[in-house]
Structure formats: structure tokens, C-alpha cells
Unconditional design. Structure first.
Length: 219
């Protein structure tokens, strides 16, 4: 069962998300937060698997709340950012804060449910309307702001690099296995090594590490 907390300052949005998510047999909505501070409190109290987090909320915004949740090593909660605004600055801030996924609120129910399940599984997600542009611009900003860090201290094997580059293309484990002519279990093994060596919480953050260090070409 995937346990979810919904954080949004609009009651009608919280209610709508709760109806959609709560209707699924493998998802349980365990709490609703009215702002970022409330979300942090609920996560610490309820220990959900996923938080569906709005960005623009009073008292504490979703970016600040995400940063607090991710920074707390006692928690094992991933954050899926849901927002009405297709604003690059918001996406970059969410990714830097450690969000495992980013989805526009205009997404259909199927996409929302898939995103929640993907984040809960440790796969991460980006709205398909944002992925290519955001990853490219994220890489450009990171490379322009500072020199790549940590590459020498976090070596990946040649096969792990192959897997990471295919992850950046948005391929699933099965698709990567087909591309590399290996078993899906082998892909999972290499993915586990990538996450451990890069200290990434999920696949999305591993890809961002690759872009930030220059290992992955986001162009």
C-alpha cells in the first residue's frame, strides 16, 4: 500500500486529489496539509511514502518543505511536486531541493496515478511536457554555475554509465534491458550501484547527478 499525504492550500484541490488517489486499491491518503509547515509536521508524524506537494502555499512554500523533508535522513518519504505553473525557476528549485518528481496539475488521472506509483517505487518522474527542456536547461545552469564535483570520488563502471545515460532518455528498466541485451534484474543491479555511488534517492536524482557532473549529456 502506498501511503500519501496531500499538501495544498486549496481545499477543493486537496479534495479532488484525495478522491482520485483514494479510489485506487494500492493507494491510501493518510493526511492532508494546508501549507508547507503542516506538510513537514504530517510527514514526521505519519511517515508516508509520498507527498503530493503544491509549490505556492502560505507560511512555508512547497520548495522549503521539500528541502526539510529530504534533508531529514530519518524519513523515507519522496516528494512529488504538483503545480499549476510551468515556471522553470520552480522546477529547478524543486529538483535542487530533492523532489523525486514534478507534474503539472493539468495532467490527467492516469498520469497522476502513474506518477505517484513511479515516485513511490523510487523511479521519480517529470511531466513529459517539461522533461527534455528542463533537463537540458538544468544541465546548462549547473555547468555554468560551478565545475563538476564528485566525479572522481564516485566512479561508475562502464555498464553503470550505459544504464544512467538510458535512464536520462526516460527508458524503463525493461526498455533498458532490451537496449543493452541484458535481463531486467541486471539493470536493477546496476541501478542499485548507481544510486549507492551517487548518493541519489531515486532515478531522477541520479540522472540529475549525471547531468550536473557532465557524465550525461542533457542536450
Amino acid at each position: 500500500m502506498i501511503r500519501v499525504v496531500i499538501a495544498d492550500d486549496q481545499a477543493v484541490v486537496r479534495a479532488g486529489l484525495a478522491v482520485i488517489l483514494g479510489a485506487e486499491p494500492d493507494i491510501e491518503v493518510v493526511g492532508e496539509a494546508v501549507d508547507g509547515a503542516d506538510a513537514v509536521r504530517l510527514v514526521r508524524d505519519l511517515r508516508p511514502d509520498v507527498v503530493c506537494m503544491d509549490i505556492r502555499m502560505p507560511r512555508m512554500d512547497g520548495i522549503s518543505a521539500t528541502r526539510e523533508i529530504v534533508a531529514d535522513t530519518t524519513l523515507h518519504t519522496d516528494v512529488l511536486i504538483l503545480t499549476t505553473f510551468d515556471v522553470d525557476a520552480d522546477v529547478f528549485a524543486a529538483l535542487e531541493a530533492g523532489a523525486a518528481g514534478f507534474l503539472l496539475k493539468g495532467a490527467d488521472e492516469h498520469t497522476l496515478l502513474a506518477a505517484v506509483r513511479s515516485v513511490a517505487a523510487g523511479d521519480g518522474t517529470l511531466d513529459h511536457r517539461l522533461t527534455r527542456r528542463i533537463l537540458r536547461e538544468f544541465g546548462e545552469r549547473r555547468r555554468a554555475s560551478s565545475a563538476p564535483a564528485g566525479v572522481a570520488g564516485v566512479p561508475l563502471t562502464e555498464r553503470e554509465l550505459d544504464v544512467l545515460k538510458l535512464l536520462a532518455e526516460g527508458l524503463s528498466n525493461a526498455e533498458i534491458a532490451d537496449r543493452l541485451y541484458v535481463e531486467p534484474t541486471t539493470v536493477k543491479y546496476h541501478l542499485a550501484g548507481i544510486l549507492q555511488k551517487t548518493a541519489a534517492r531515486d532515478r531522477l536524482q541520479a540522472v540529475l547527478w549525471g547531468i550536473r557532473t557532465g557524465v550525461v549529456d542533457a542536450g
